[in-house]
Structure formats: C-alpha cells, structure tokens
Write a protein that binds this ligand. Structure first.
Ligand SMILES: N[C@@H](CCC[C@H](N)C(=O)O)C(=O)O
Length: 282
C-alpha cells in the first residue's frame, strides 16, 4: 500500500501467520530490486486490551521499529476496515499510545482517513534530546558536511521524534539531502536518532516540506513529519491552527486543537501478494 508515495508492505497478523524476526524480515523485504521493496513494513495485530480495536506496528526499511507512522496508519486503517473489522472510528494501539482513525467510506471503500495524532510534546526528555534545556526550540547545531555548516533546529515528539528546520530554498537542500539528512538524523544530541524535515512557510495556512526519515532516508511524504512541521510552524507563530502541508507525494491537512493534532489524507491499496522465502531469506 502507499500513502502519498510513502510505501509500505502490510502484513495481516490479526488472523494470519506471524513473522518471527520482524527486524531482520523488514530489512530484507524492503530492499528495492532484490525483494518487494518499500519504505517499511506494517503489521496488523490483535490489541493487548479492550481499550483498542486493533494493534499497529511499524518497522523502517533498516529494520528499526518506530513508535508511530502517519502515512502508515492511514494505510493500516483502510486495510483493517475493508478486510478485517468494520469499525469506524477505529481505536488503534500504537507504541506511541492510542490513535483514533475516522474513516470516510464510499461504497465500502475507505476514501479518506482523519487521524487523531495525540498531543505533541516539546519536552527534551520526551523526544528525546540530550540538552540542559527543557525544550529544544530554534537551537543552533553545527554540522560537519561540506554543504550546510549550521542549522536551527526545533525538536518535537508526535509519538516519534522530529527535527524541524525552516529554510527559504528547499531545492538547495535537496541536492545534498542524503549527506545533510543523515548527519542530522545521527547527531549525538538525538540518542534515538531523529526524523528530519526542512520546511518552507508559504503563507499562514500552507507549508512545504522535504523529508529525511530516520531508518529510511528520503521519502516522498511523512505523516508524522507533516504533523510535527505544522505544530512547530504554529508554535513559532508562522501559521494558523489549520495548515495544508505540501509534500513531494501530495498534500495532507493538519489541524491543531486543544486535545492534540489531527491529520487527514488518503491511502491506496496497490496489490496483494504471496511472498517466496527467497525474498526474505539468505
Ligand atoms: N513515514 C512515516 C514515519 C515512519 C517512521 C519514522 N521513519 C521513524 O523512525 O520515526 C510517517 O508517515 O509518519
């Protein structure tokens, strides 16, 4: 499945066979050209308590498990509604806590999904960021790569960690995104690494972002990243509480309310497959 070109292999463990070593499996099947190829793998599981309808787990293409994934949870909820459970809204257990997916359905097909993304946290201990300060807002960081010497970072958690950097020229960053993005992802101040987003503010209702994801690299879109970017833009006074976020793969609507952030967008079912052992062994 994919959501705005952020592509995931979705595996039904709710009523299907379970994958034993999920880290190793995800690393293998996400290799483009050698296997199926994807930005990550999503597992649908039975929830651990009656507080939830279903459980969501997401592994990046490098095998690391993330707490949450915005594009992934839209794919997941479409799959769950169309094939497993006709529940709407859907209460989803994630490593980041409860996420609620409201589904717009037409002729039994899920067209759009609005997701409650939880309450963002700017606290260094929640993200985490190694700093004496309580929050890491617009802090200067020096870089070693030859293309970008320093950046001003605001760090936020929307369940998973994000570094937001405002720039005027996204295309200049894009030319060397692999070098710049991976340096920031792995800065020692971020002990669990971090997702990196370069943000251009277009006006007080629209932003454009370029993403480098922790454990993946460049992706065409990041739902938690779009949420984090909108939250930071709002906190710094650049945008209002409803923002249209333009990503390389398409647009997402983000709304910031008193109880937390909401993300709305679509998801696409691409194909069903039967995988051969050679695709994930050896
Ligand atoms: N693409 C995702 C985020 C996936 C997880 C991320 N790479 C992490 O490690 O936190 C999204 O749409 O939110």
């Amino acid at each position: 499945m994919h959501a705005l070109g952020n592509d995931y292999i979705v595996i039904n463990e709710f009523d299907g066979e379970k994958v034993k070593n999920k880290e190793e499996f995800s690393k293998k099947v996400c290799r483009r050209r050698f296997s199926i190829g994807a930005d990550g793998v999503i597992f649908i599981q039975k929830p651990s308590s009656n507080n939830y309808d279903v459980k969501f787990r997401i592994f990046n293409s490098d095998g690391s498990e993330a707490e949450m994934c915005g594009n992934g949870i839209r794919c997941f909820s479409k799959y769950v509604y169309e094939r497993i459970l006709k529940k709407n809204p859907l209460k989803v257990e994630t490593k980041a806590g409860l996420r609620v997916c409201e589904l717009e359905v037409e002729d039994d097909r899920v067209k759009k999904i609005r997701v409650y993304m939880g309450k963002p946290s700017f606290k260094c201990k929640d993200i985490p960021v190694k700093s004496e300060k309580e929050e890491f807002i617009n802090e200067r960081a020096e870089l070693k790569n030859p293309y970008l010497k320093e950046v001003n970072i605001t760090a936020v958690s929307v369940g998973n960690p994000h570094a937001i950097i405002f720039v005027d020229d996204l295309e200049k960053i894009r030319e060397h995104l692999d070098v710049i993005g991976s340096e920031i992802e792995n800065l020692p101040i971020f002990p669990e690494r971090i997702n990196v987003h370069f943000v251009k503010v277009l006006n007080d209702k629209e932003i454009k972002i370029l993403t480098w994801e922790r454990g993946v690299g460049y992706t065409m879109a990041c739902g938690t990243g779009a949420t984090a970017s909108a939250v930071v833009s709002n906190r710094l006074g650049f945008t209002k509480d409803k923002v249209l976020v333009h990503l390389d793969g398409g647009d997402l609507e983000i709304e910031i309310k008193d109880d937390g952030a909401y993300m709305k967008g679509d998801a696409v079912m691409v194909y069903d497959g039967v995988m051969f052992r050679e695709a994930y062994e050896g």
